[in-house]
Design a protein around this ligand. Structure first.
Ligand code: ADP
Ligand code: MG
Length: 689
């Protein structure tokens, strides 16, 4: 009964027509079930009404005022404007409405309303543009309530989502709870239904936080349970591809211009032991940006090839896959490696090239397959795949890794990640993997020098970039956007590239790169940057992961305040990869203390772990909506750092349940079991898996 109403299409809800339903679909919402799980990104609280003399500038205020004097109506081109003044005994405010003819009848001199909107000061006057108007008792009923603010697409209004959500809750009955009573009791959790209801329509701050914690716990709990069940299935698979250390890896290690760091050496030995051991390898290499993970992947793939097997390396972006392919070819050439035969397979290849790559893979003529998630498509057949490597594992999730692994039979798995997670959490969240940590940087690296500055520092920064380029180095400039956006005061690569070309001498080659470009174009630009045919690359965050151009020594991040700290850390990791001193310039365009404090962390530390920890200390529970960590084990409501206690609790509970009932056969687990056994489990999001 319940599940049927959850599967009801939103178009059948009262008040939703074709048009709205199409907009909902753009947000990934088709059914009531999808809708209930479309969580707000923030909340708006209706504050108490203040007097005109107590309003706060630049903030949302609700003021009870009486309209005084004349109400003027004008037209300016196709804009109709209504303007008037409203006052109480302590002061008055100028009001302006645009294109709001429907308000004309309620705006009458002498009538009293609650006006709610942002207060601005123009000259000696306070003003409000487009304030929301309420009847006095209507507003009184709202005070203290929290209004959900949803992520929207163009054309979709917040009020439409809110209304649909209310309708939805009227129809769906009580949502079934899959957590066993004993666990709910242990943690004092509210029911699943209450939690979902309170995430959308919180009674107050406290019930919101309780709801969030319950749902965050669910995410972790289901994640851990799935991991445990997965691990049980793969546990102790016999190693059917026993490998020995091959002469080419030994020779390469002797001939490389550097010695592996102790941590790299240890990880290398872990890998070699796994590959030659009794059971199949399932290993995670965890190491901060720039710690030198790629060479370990290369050595592992070379070992597989030397033993007569195929290995494959999957990267999260075209740009990175291409770069790995190029750098592998370079190593092969430079060190006269004969056993490794690489091929590139990405979605960006022409149909003909793809076919050709696929046939080489199938016949076994190539043994080192590098690419994007094109590698795991059904039509790609491998001859004897014995090792799969995922670079930047946190960008993929367990499911994709499993599919990748499934391209062979009991394949060895090597996952690499730069996500800084404390060991206690890593053991839980990567529960199916053994972990090698690379906790030191190659010798001779100079720590990156940082500065956080305001926009007026730009000319100085350009001069600095110019000097670095003239000294033979290269630079990145990162902008948050591709093109000029509506109402958004953030730099975009398109205009910025032009500005920068003007600000720098004409012999400095400035080029832009963004994620919307055709893959081929992106490749060409990255290639040119690598060959030093471009001096300054103005880019969006497409270069965030993995890219390695050791000659680049400056990265300037525009509107740095708009990025999450872990993302800033990844971006900064694009420099400081060679012997030269590198620099990171964070441009802070926000004037808030909060932005300054957050960026100060970046200024003080180059250590991913420390940054994650500091970031956590500064964020309150209220900040958990909105700012999401980019990529890293992204749960929808749970935050692995902030909710680390829940992560640990959920693991304890999952283990306890499984130790008593390893197949969840008891009736108290029936809903849970059903949920875990449906692949497209729709109650809870398994995106992270
Ligand atoms: P990441 O861990 O971020 O993937 P990379 O593997 O791309 O880092 O390595 C960054 C740079 O460091 C590369 O240019 C690589 O050649 C170099 N590198 C790796 N290991 C060492 C080492 N032990 N000593 C010096 N340089 C190294
Ligand atoms: Mg890397």
């Amino acid at each position: 009964m319940e599940s049927r109403s959850l599967q009801e299409l939103v178009i059948n809800l009262k008040g939703i027509g074709e048009k709205t339903s199409a907009l909902f679909e753009k947000c990934g919402i088709k059914t009531c079930n999808d809708l209930c799980r479309y969580y707000p990104r923030a909340y708006d609280t209706y504050d108490k009404v203040v007097r005109a003399c107590d309003v706060k500038e630049s903030m949302v205020n609700a003021v009870k005022l009486t309209i005084i004097g004349n109400v003027t109506k004008r037209r300016v081109r196709n804009l109709s404007i209504i303007a008037f003044e409203a006052a109480d005994e302590t002061g008055r405010i100028k009001m302006t409405y645009f294109n709001a003819p429907y308000l004309a009848s309620s705006i009458k001199s002498g009538t009293t309303h609650i006006f709610r909107g942002i207060i601005r000061k123009k000259g000696s006057f306070f003003t409000m543009d487009q304030p929301k108007m309420y009847k006095v008792d209507e507003y009184a009923a709202l005070v203290g309530k929290m209004q959900p603010i949803y992520p929207l697409v163009k054309g979709l209004k917040n009020s439409q989502v809110t209304k649909a959500m209310s309708e939805c809750f009227k129809n769906i009955g009580v949502l079934e709870d899959y957590l066993p009573e004993s666990i709910k009791e242990k943690h004092g959790f509210m029911s699943y239904h209450e939690a979902v209801l309170n995430i959308h329509f919180p009674k107050n701050n406290e019930s919101l936080e309780n709801a969030r914690r319950r749902l965050a716990y669910d995410e972790f709990f289901l994640f851990v349970l799935r991991l445990r069940l997965l691990k049980k299935n793969q546990e102790e698979f016999e190693n059917s591809y026993r490998m020995i250390e091959v002469s080419e890896t030994k020779r390469l290690l002797e001939q490389l211009p550097y010695k592996l760091t102790n941590a790299q050496q240890k990880a290398y030995e872990d890998i070699q032991n796994d590959l030659s051991g009794d059971t199949v390898m399932n290993r995670l290499i965890q190491g901060d940006v720039g710690s030198g993970k790629t060479i370990l992947a290369f050595l592992a793939l070379l070992t597989a090839a030397g033993n007569g097997y195929q290995g494959a390396l999957m990267a999260p972006t075209e740009v990175l896959a291409m770069q790995h392919y190029e750098s592998f070819k370079e190593l092969i050439e430079k060190y006269h490696i004969t056993t490794l035969k690489p091929v590139l397979l990405t979605g960006a290849l022409s149909a003909k090239d793809k076919k050709e790559a696929q046939s080489l893979i199938k016949s076994g003529e190539v043994n080192c397959i590098i690419g994007t998630n094109a590698l795991i498509q059904a039509k790609v057949d491998y001859k004897n795949l014995a090792l799969v490597v995922t670079d930047e594992q946190h960008r993929f999730g367990v499911r994709q890794r499993e599919t990748f692994k499934g391209k062979g039979l009991n394949t060895h798995v090597l996952a690499m990640s730069a996500t800084p997670i404390p060991r206690t959490l890593a053991i839980i969240l990567y529960g199916d993997l053994s972990i090698s940590v690379i906790n030191e940087m190659p010798v001779g690296r100079l720590p990156i020098k940082n500065c956080v500055v305001g926009p007026d520092y730009r000319p100085t920064a350009y001069k600095f970039i110019k000097n670095q380029v003239e000294a033979g180095r290269q630079a990145y400039v990162i902008c948050p956007m591709i093109e000029e956006g509506e109402n958004v005061e953030a730099e975009n690569v398109t205009d910025y590239t032009e500005k920068l070309r003007e600000a720098l001498p004409p012999n400095i080659r400035v080029q832009m790169l963004n994620g919307k470009m055709k893959p081929k174009e992106k490749d060409e630009i990255m290639d040119a940057f690598l060959r030093r045919d471009i001096d300054v690359l103005v880019s969006t965050t497409v270069i965030e992961v993995g890219i390695n151009v050791p000659n680049a020594t400056v990265i300037m991040i525009e509107n740095a305040n708009r990025f999450g700290l872990s993302q800033l850390h990844q971006l900064r990791g694009r420099v400081g990869r060679g012997k030269e001193q590198s620099y990171c310039i964070f441009i802070n365009t926000s004037e808030t203390d909060e932005a300054k404090k957050r960026l100060d962390i970046m200024n003080r530390s180059n250590d991913g772990f420390e940054i994650a920890e500091e970031d956590l200390k500064q964020r309150g529970p209220g900040d958990l909506f909105g700012i999401r960590q980019s990529g890293d084990l992204n749960f929808r409501l749970g935050d692995i750092y902030h909710d680390s206690d829940l992560v640990k609790e959920s693991a304890i509970d999952a283990d306890m349940i499984l130790s008593q009932d390893s197949e969840l056969k008891s009736p108290q687990y029936s809903v849970l079991r059903d949920l875990l056994s449906t692949k497209s489990a729709n109650l809870v999001d398994f995106a992270t898996l």
